[in-house]
Design a protein around this ligand. Structure first.
Ligand SMILES: [Fe+2]
Ligand SMILES: [Fe+2]
Length: 380
């Protein structure tokens, strides 16, 4: 029997996987197809974003079902690695399959990126003896497949699962376009890849505030990549920075009292401009309601309105992203946004000046932390 083995993390499965598998089936013409989701891929240093059971469910609805019927009938989702509940090496899986059908042929298919890492897989010599090796070329793939890999005819779309997950977290449309509708529906139903967080934010914030939140998270993501800080942290901070804006001013003041949140000049702030309390409330919600434990993310959320001493790059990224997100309309905002990509510190200083000028123009009370922030910048 000729068996096509298609392994991967499938975190999540997307149209690129389906296209590669269909092309490989046409070329190899197998008697059966086994899709083998990994419990955890040995060479990836991060655990998958979705659990093995969740990815298995996604593969069932959004990959196996999408093959042409002549191949679908021959396809099984092989859950051996998932049931092992540990990182299983491909050599173990192929040896097990070979044991089930010693006279059969195994054909292993993977993407170009995985193929390029083959020399680091466990027991490469034995792997080569167990199966024939195939890869799908992807423009922009990192590294080349070893010479004994055969190429599956066709070009396969340049879809990175990491970027797809980032787009899903940010509620962007490009991500879902790379997913089959039933995969996206299952992701939403299960609240995976940040969908539960988006649903919660959209249910608690007014539409304009929710749109602003998505803009801030997208800009924070882009600025973080530009300035070499963790984009996932920046997205999370951006998504949660205004979670506290679900409350009115009196509710914010009551929340801060009830939870005994430490706010600099808290009593004055509550009396003069209670809306400024929302950053501290957002931090508390991020921790308690959204389960964030990352101190750097919580700190950036807490500091996004009033700033603080020794602002980290992530703190500044969020502060600036909030002040010049795509929905902001004040004069000069495009210039500040462009500047933020070249010189984050200069953009940050400009945002503080704009905040102060705006308050002075309205003859508003200026929070002492904002004055201190400005003085620390002016002293440089
Ligand atoms: Fe805010
Ligand atoms: Fe904001």
């Amino acid at each position: 029997m000729r068996t096509l083995v298609f392994g991967g993390s499938f975190d999540p499965p997307h149209r690129g996987h389906a296209k590669l598998l269909a092309a490989a089936a046409e070329k190899i013409r197998p008697d059966r197809i086994l899709i083998v989701p990994a419990y955890r891929a040995p060479l990836k240093n991060r655990a998958p974003a979705a659990t093995a059971e969740e990815r298995l469910a996604l593969v069932r609805v959004g990959l196996a079902q999408r093959l042409a019927s002549r191949w679908r009938r021959k396809t099984q989702v092989e859950d051996g690695e998932v049931r092992a509940r540990r990182c299983v090496f491909t050599v173990e899986t192929l040896a097990r399959l070979k044991g089930q059908d010693p006279a059969g042929e195994l054909h292993f298919v993977c993407g170009a990126d995985a193929a390029a890492t083959f020399p680091r897989w466990k027991d490469p010599a034995r792997l080569r003896a167990l199966a024939s090796w195939w890869y799908g070329a992807r423009p922009g793939a990192a590294g080349a497949a070893p010479a004994f890999f055969r190429r599956v005819p066709g070009r396969f779309p340049d879809i990175s699962s990491t970027e797809l997950r980032a787009a899903l977290e940010l509620g962007q449309d490009e991500g879902p376009a790379q997913l089959f509708a039933e995969t996206l529906a299952e992701i939403k139903r299960r609240g995976l890849y940040g969908q539960a967080r988006l649903a919660r934010l959209s249910a608690t914030l007014k539409p304009g505030r929710f749109a602003h939140t998505l803009n801030v998270a997208a800009l924070a993501d882009a600025l973080a990549r530009r300035h070499g800080v963790d984009a996932a942290r920046a997205r999370l901070a951006g998504l949660l920075h205004d979670a506290g804006r679900r409350f009115s001013s009196p509710e914010l003041a009551a929340y801060v009292r009830r939870r005994r949140l430490r706010v600099p000049f808290g009593a004055q702030t509550a009396a003069r401009t209670p809306m400024l309390l929302h950053a501290y409330v957002s931090e508390d919600l991020a921790r308690r309601e959204f389960g964030v434990r990352d101190a750097a993310v919580l700190r950036a959320v807490r500091r996004h309105t009033l700033g603080g001493p020794r602002m980290s790059v992530l703190d500044k990224v969020l502060y600036v992203a909030d002040a010049c997100s795509a929905d902001r309309r004040h004069p000069g905002v495009e210039r500040t946004r462009a500047l933020a990509f070249d010189d984050l510190d200069a953009a940050f200083a400009r945002c503080v000046v704009e905040k102060l000028s705006h308050a002075l123009a309205r003859r508003a009370w200026i929070h002492p932390a904002t004055v201190a922030l400005w003085n620390s910048l002016a002293a440089r």
